[in-house]
Ligand binder design. Structure first.
Ligand SMILES: Cc1cc2nc3c(=O)[nH]c(=O)nc-3n(C[C@H](O)[C@H](O)[C@H](O)COP(=O)(O)OP(=O)(O)OC[C@H]3O[C@@H](n4cnc5c(N)ncnc54)[C@H](O)[C@@H]3O)c2cc1C
Length: 524
C-alpha cells in the first residue's frame, strides 16, 4: 500500500510527489494521458513571486486581494506570498531554469515581467515557455526517486471512502489501454487533476481539463466552493484555422501591447486606469462588450510600436505561432478573443490542502484554497500549485497520516468499454456549447435557468444509458463527470445574486455589501 496516491501529474502533482519522495514516503503518481500533459505544460507567462527590492510581500498580498474582489482568504494569500521566494529556491533546486538578466541586480538577476493587476514587476519566467520548462525539470527530477511509481494513461473513476471512521483509502482507477477498472489503496490520496476550462466550448485548456477531480470529490461527499468563478482569459489567439486554442500571454500586454478595436481605438483606456493591463475579468468583459457593439469576431493586440528583435527575444514561442498564421507581431495587429482559462473555485480545502474527508487532499487548480477569491491574479496559480502541494505533504507527515493502518476490502477488478463513441463525444460538444452560451462572460438569471434545464435534459440521457448498460463506455464516464460539474456550476452561479469578480450577471450588476462564499454539495 502506498503512503500517497497522487492523481494528476502537472506542476502540483509532480511537486507533491517529489517533496514526499524526498521525505521517504512511497508515492503512486497517476496521469490521464502521457507525460507531459495538463495545463502546466502550456503556461507561458510565469510565476509571481517577490524577488525585487522595490517590491514587497505586502504589495503582492494587496494586489492579489484587490483582484479577488472581496473573496480572498487573507491568511491563505499571506501564506502564498510569503512562501514565494523559498518556492522559487525549491524549483531551482529541482532543476527549473528561469530567465535571468544580469543588469537586474535588485531582483537577484531574475528577468521580471509585469502582468495585469500587478503593481510591480514580479513575474519570473522561462522565456515564454515557463510551464514547459517546469515540466521538463520536474519530470527529470522524479526519475531520481525509486519510491515514486508513475502510471500514465490511468484515469480516476471514483474515490474509495470507508465509513466509521470516514476516511478516503484510495481510488478506483481505469487503465485506459486495457479498460481494467481496479482499486488502488493508499494511506492518503491527493487530487491534483487541474482545472475545468474545457467544460466551455472555447478554452485555452488541454482536452482533459474538464474537472474530473471535482466530480469524484463531490460524489464522495466533499464540498466544492466558488465554482461559478471561471476566469476567461481576454487574449487567446483568434485563429479558427488552428486546431488548438493558443494563448497570447498577459506578459505581452505587460510589455506594452495595446488592445484595440478594428478602427484602432484603444477601448480599455476609458474603462480602467491600468488600460490594457486592467484585471482579467474587466478586460475580458470589455472585449466581449466591444465585440457585441462592433459585431466583430475578435479584437486586436497592437505591439507594432515594439521592435521585431525585442518581441522575438521576449516571446519567441508566441512570435513564431503568430507567424505560422501569417501575423508578424512587429507589423500586424494580433487578433484576440476571450476563452475559458482558469477555475478559481474547486474542492474546498483548508490551509494545508486537506479536504473535509480524512485522508483526502487536493492541490493545484482543482483546489479552492481561497487564494484567488472571485478572480485570480495573473501568474499566481503556478505559485499556488507548488506552495499548497508542499503543504499537503507537510500536513501528511506532521499528522502521521503515513503511519495509519486500515484493512483493505477484497474487490474484483471490473472493466469499462473502451470503444470510440461518436455519440458521447458529440454530446460533450453540446454540453460545452451550453456552458459557453448560458454561463459565459456576461450572464443573466434567465440564461442560467435555461442552461441548467438543458443540463438536466442531458442527465436524462445519462440515466437512460446507465439503466441499459452494465459496462459503461469510457467516453460516457468522462461526459457524466462533465455534466455533473456543469450542473453544479450553474447552481452555484444562480445562488450568487450579485456581480463580483468573474461572475457578472446583468440582473444583479452590483456587488452585495457582505461578500459570501458559495459552498456547494452534490444534490444539495
Ligand atoms: C495556456 C495556459 C497558460 C497559462 N499560463 C499561466 C502562467 O503563465 N502562470 C500561471 O501561474 N498560471 C498559468 N496558467 C494556469 C496554470 O498553468 C495552471 O493553473 C496550473 O498549471 C495547474 O496545475 P495543476 O498541477 O493543478 O494541473 P495540470 O497541470 O492541469 O495537471 C493536471 C494533471 O491531472 C491529470 N488528470 C486530469 N484528469 C484526470 C483523471 N481523470 N485521472 C487522472 N489524472 C487526471 C492530467 O492528465 C494532468 O496530468 C496557464 C494555463 C493555461 C491553460
Amino acid at each position: 500500500m502506498y503512503d500517497v496516491l497522487i492523481i494528476g501529474a502537472g506542476i502540483s502533482g509532480l511537486s507533491a510527489a517529489i517533496y514526499a519522495a524526498e521525505r521517504k514516503l512511497s508515492v503512486l503518481l497517476l496521469t490521464k494521458g502521457y507525460r507531459p500533459d495538463g495545463s502546466t505544460n502550456y503556461a507561458q507567462g510565469g510565476i509571481a513571486t517577490v524577488t525585487s527590492k522595490e517590491d514587497s510581500f505586502e504589495y503582492h498580498i494587496e494586489d492579489t486581494i484587490l483582484a479577488g474582489a472581496g473573496l480572498c482568504k487573507k491568511n491563505r494569500v499571506r501564506i502564498l506570498a510569503h512562501n514565494g521566494p523559498q518556492t522559487i529556491e525549491q524549483l531551482i533546486k529541482w532543476g527549473v531554469r528561469f530567465t535571468t538578466n544580469p543588469s537586474q541586480k535588485k531582483s537577484k538577476h531574475f528577468d521580471l515581467h509585469l502582468e495585469g493587476g500587478h503593481s510591480h514587476k514580479r513575474i519570473l519566467h522561462s522565456a515564454d515557455l515557463t510551464g514547459k520548462e517546469m515540466m521538463r525539470a520536474l519530470l527529470l527530477e522524479i526519475k531520481k526517486h525509486k519510491n515514486i511509481h508513475f502510471l500514465e494513461n490511468s484515469s480516476i473513476h471514483e474515490l474509495i471512502v470507508q465509513d466509521n471512521p470516514k476516511r478516503c483509502i484510495g481510488a478506483q482507477i481505469i487503465h485506459q489501454k486495457t479498460g481494467v477498472l481496479s482499486s488502488i489503496y493508499a494511506k492518503t490520496t491527493i487530487i491534483a487533476t487541474g482545472g475545468a476550462g474545457r467544460l466551455w466550448l472555447h478554452s485555452t485548456n488541454p482536452v482533459d481539463s474538464t474537472g474530473d477531480g471535482m466530480a469524484v470529490a463531490a460524489r464522495a461527499g466533499v464540498a466544492l466552493q466558488d465554482i461559478e468563478f471561471m476566469q476567461f482569459h481576454p487574449t487567446s489567439l483568434h485563429a479558427p484555422q488552428l486546431k488548438k486554442t493558443f494563448l497570447i500571454s498577459e506578459a505581452v500586454r505587460g510589455f506594452g501591447g495595446i488592445l484595440k478595436n478594428k478602427k484602432g481605438l484603444p477601448f480599455m483606456d476609458t474603462v480602467h486606469p491600468l488600460g490594457s493591463l486592467a484585471p482579467r475579468d474587466i478586460v475580458a468583459r470589455e472585449i466581449h462588450k466591444e465585440m457585441e457593439k462592433t459585431k466583430e469576431s475578435n479584437m486586436y493586440l497592437d505591439c507594432t510600436h515594439k521592435s521585431e528583435k525585442d518581441l522575438q527575444k521576449q516571446f519567441p514561442n508566441i512570435f513564431a505561432k503568430c507567424l505560422e498564421i501569417g501575423i508578424d507581431m512587429s507589423k500586424d495587429w494580433v487578433p484576440v478573443v476571450p476563452a475559458a482559462h482558469y477555475m478559481c473555485g474547486g474542492i474546498l480545502v483548508n490551509s494545508e490542502s486537506k479536504t473535509e474527508i480524512d485522508g483526502l487532499y487536493a492541490c493545484g487548480e482543482v483546489a479552492a484554497t481561497g487564494v484567488h477569491g472571485a478572480n485570480r491574479l495573473a501568474s499566481n496559480s503556478l505559485l499556488e500549485s507548488v506552495v499548497f502541494a508542499i503543504r499537503a505533504i507537510q500536513n501528511i507527515i506532521k499528522t502521521k497520516q503515513n503511519e495509519i493502518t486500515f484493512s483493505v476490502p477484497q474487490t474484483t477488478p471490473q472493466t469499462v468499454n473502451l470503444s470510440e463513441s461518436k455519440y458521447w463525444k458529440e454530446k460533450k460538444i453540446t454540453l460545452q456549447t451550453i456552458m459557453w452560451d448560458y454561463c459565459g462572460i456576461v450572464r443573466n438569471t434567465q440564461k442560467l435557468k435555461t442552461g441548467l434545464q438543458k443540463i438536466r435534459d442531458l442527465e436524462v440521457d445519462i440515466d437512460k444509458y446507465l439503466s441499459k448498460n452494465e459496462v459503461p463506455n469510457i467516453h460516457f464516464l468522462s461526459f457524466r463527470n462533465a455534466v455533473q460539474n456543469s450542473k453544479m456550476i450553474f447552481q452555484s452561479a444562480l445562488k450568487r445574486r450579485e456581480s463580483r469578480g468573474l461572475h457578472y450577471t446583468l440582473d444583479y450588476p452590483h456587488k452585495n455589501k457582505h461578500p459570501k462564499r458559495n459552498r456547494i454539495y452534490l444534490n444539495s
